[in-house]
Design a binder for this molecule. Structure first.
Ligand code: GDP
Length: 300
């Protein structure tokens, strides 16, 4: 975790440090406030949250007698935390019933890191003592099932797969059936994310969801978003949210961007919390999203 935090800090500190430096200027004139606004927009915080934050900062700085670095840091930290939201339930739910495993569906556009995230999540769960079955329902991308199976072998989870181009819903169904037969704790289902037709996506994900729910409740539908894609990612999020009820967001590739503001923008957009963040390609590079640690990494 320490290593992950360090990595996050390296990628994100231009935003928070930039803000802190600007707020510390001797004269907080209009140009400076504009620069603060720009810094937030460049980091993908989004227009409305940026305006809100700048307004709050202006008000609070006004009533602040002195502007010591410690004062400013505390103030900025508090306001960024308010913006990110500290009262979301960010735990990934895996509530297995007596005879049924907890089921998590992982959705998102291809290339965002869906399969990798599914593998990393399996690893976290297995390390936590849970038995996991993987469902390779991304039958659209040829290598996805192999990739998932490799992850499964690495972490000690069985992978249920079907023929290439097979029916995702029937694979999802089989995976949950296998989970029940094995008495597994959690079934993770990787899905395909082609976006060229919304109806196609809707039909497919809707069907996967329905067959899974035949066995019992679905615990989570996690949407994987690539943090480096900015506004595009938000557009994708909107489409998926229309298709299925997203319960949590996984923001991947935060190691490769300084645009951590997307956390704020996407939560606003969907009204669901960022629960996990991807900070690299390796097996240990998935971390729970902790607002406080994130803001600390931002401010440096
Ligand atoms: P999928 O098509 O959505 O299933 O995407 P993949 O899981 O195959 O991932 C696409 C690429 O992104 C792969 O090269 C992954 O190693 C890489 N990737 C996934 N998550 C992360 C992350 O958090 N950080 C970085 N730097 N790369 C990632």
């Amino acid at each position: 975790l320490v290593r992950l935090r360090a990595r996050l800090a390296r990628s994100q500190n231009s935003l928070g440090k930039g803000l802190l430096t600007l707020l510390s200027r001797e004269h907080l004139d209009e140009d400076t406030w504009e620069e603060i606004e720009e810094t937030l927009l460049i980091a993908d915080v989004g227009v409305v949250p940026t305006q809100e934050l700048v307004e709050r900062l202006r008000e609070r700085v006004k009533v602040l007698g002195t502007r010591t670095p410690a004062d400013l840091r505390a103030l900025l930290k508090e306001e960024l935390l308010t913006l990110i939201g500290t009262d979301f339930d960010r735990a990934v739910k895996t509530e297995s019933g007596e005879d049924t495993p907890g089921v998590i569906m992982v959705v998102g556009v291809n290339g965002t890191g869906k399969t990798t995230t599914t593998g990393k999540l399996a690893r976290v769960l297995v390390a936590d003592g849970r038995s996991v079955v993987l469902g390779a329902a991304d039958t659209f991308r040829a290598a996805a099932a192999d990739q998932l199976q490799t992850w499964g072998e690495r972490v000690g989870a069985r992978t249920v797969r079907g023929p290439e181009g097979g029916d995702p819903a029937s694979i999802a169904y089989d995976a949950v059936k296998e989970g029940i037969a094995e008495g597994a704790d959690v079934v993770l289902i990787d899905t395909a994310g082609r976006l060229h037709t919304k109806t196609g996506l809707m039909d497919e994900l809707g069907k996967v969801k329905r067959v899974v729910e035949k066995h019992g409740p679905l615990d989570e539908i996690l949407l994987v978003l690539d943090a480096t894609t900015g506004q595009n990612g938000l557009t994708q999020a909107r489409v998926f949210a229309e298709v299925v009820d997203i319960t949590g967001i996984v923001l991947t590739k935060l190691d490769g961007t300084a645009k951590g503001g997307i956390v704020v923008a996407v939560q606003r957009e969907l009204g669901v919390p960022v629960k996990l963040v991807g900070l690299g390609e390796g097996p240990d590079d998935l971390a729970p999203f902790e607002p406080e640690a994130f803001v600390d990494a931002l401010i440096g």
